[in-house]
Structures are given as structure tokens and as C-alpha cells.
Design a protein around this ligand. Structure first.
Ligand code: 8DG
Ligand code: MG
Ligand code: MG
Length: 148
């Protein structure tokens, strides 16, 4: 059997006005729920580099790499009823588009039904559980950071 170990994920609050980019997942983890773009940190990679790479791979979008901010880190452990056990240390970053006119493409259709912008005050349902937990706890990706 595969050894169970925590993995590191980097996911992106790509913000535009008061909206964020979300896609409906096709995955054994969180199937059919709305989630942020993102994926696994590769060996030697920076959080910012991973955020830019995953966003590009999944949507074709380019971020402004001078404006990537680390917002928070969460510890996401599967529940007994989940179809598959997992443990992710998830780094959430905030980013903005380089050119705001860019249009998101669904470059990994086997993993996502498509990308769209959603108002933060009117998010779609169901959200991917780690994201839903953050939203319910009052997390706001638009708040200014103390150091920015
Ligand atoms: P990769 O092969 O491209 O590296 O991975 P991926 O297929 O893009 O991985 P993913 O499932 O999209 O992201 C990795 C994990 O990150 C996911 O299984 C759980 C964790 N994660 C969260 N919150 C979110 C989120 O909002 N979106 C995404 N995509 N992943 C999230 O904890
Ligand atoms: Mg990916
Ligand atoms: Mg992904």
C-alpha cells in the first residue's frame, strides 16, 4: 500500500475587483465542488513560483509576479467518511492578473469543469471543503495584510 504522508499544496486566490476565480473539481478529492486553482509544490520550488506555475497549467493565465502575497496556511486532514485519506498542508496565496484582459481557459478538463469569476459575497455551492471551512470562519482574502 502507498505510504500515507502529508503533502504541500499551494492554492491561489486570484482576485479581480471583488471576484475570485473558481472551478468545479473533477477529482477523487472534493469531486463536483468549487475550488481555487492550485496544486502540489514541486521539489525546490518557491510558494510564489508554484502558484504561478499551477495557475498557468490549469487556466493559461499569467499573474503579476511582483504582487504575490502569502495569506495563510491550513492543515487539511481527510475525514473517515472521505473516499480517500489525505493530509495537505495548504499555502494560500493572493495574486492578481498581469494583463487584466486575459481570459481563463480550461486547460485540464479531466480535472475541472471550467473556470469562472465569482463575487466573494455570492460564492457558488458547494465549495470544496477546505475553502468552505475558511469562508465559514470569516476568512477574507481581500483584507489588506499587515505587512503589505
Ligand atoms: P498537480 O498534479 O497539478 O500538482 O496537482 P493538482 O491535481 O492540481 O492538485 P489539486 O488537487 O488541485 O490541489 C492539491 C491539493 O490542495 C488538494 O487535493 C487539496 C489542497 N487544496 C486545499 N484547498 C484547495 C483549493 O481551494 N483548490 C485546490 N486546487 N486545492 C486545494 O486545501
Ligand atoms: Mg495542477
Ligand atoms: Mg489543481
Amino acid at each position: 500500500m502507498e505510504k500515507l504522508e502529508p503533502r504541500v499544496a499551494v492554492v491561489v486566490f486570484l482576485v479581480k475587483g471583488k471576484t475570485v476565480l473558481l472551478g468545479r473539481r473533477r477529482s477523487s478529492i472534493g469531486d463536483a465542488t468549487f475550488a481555487l486553482p492550485g496544486g502540489h509544490l514541486e521539489f525546490g520550488e518557491s510558494f510564489e513560483g508554484c502558484a504561478a506555475r499551477e495557475l498557468k497549467e490549469e487556466t493559461g493565465l499569467d499573474i503579476d509576479d511582483r504582487k504575490v502575497e502569502i495569506l495563510t496556511v491550513t492543515n487539511n486532514v481527510s475525514l473517515p467518511e472521505d473516499p480517500k485519506p489525505y493530509h495537505y498542508v495548504t499555502v494560500f496565496v493572493r495574486a492578481v492578473l498581469g494583463d487584466p484582459e486575459q481570459v481563463a481557459r480550461n486547460l485540464e478538463p479531466s480535472k475541472c469543469d471550467g473556470w469562472d469569476w465569482y463575487e466573494w459575497e455570492n460564492l457558488p455551492e458547494p465549495l470544496f471543503r477546505p475553502l468552505e471551512v475558511m469562508v465559514r470562519s470569516g476568512f477574507d482574502p481581500f483584507l489588506k495584510l499587515p505587512l503589505s
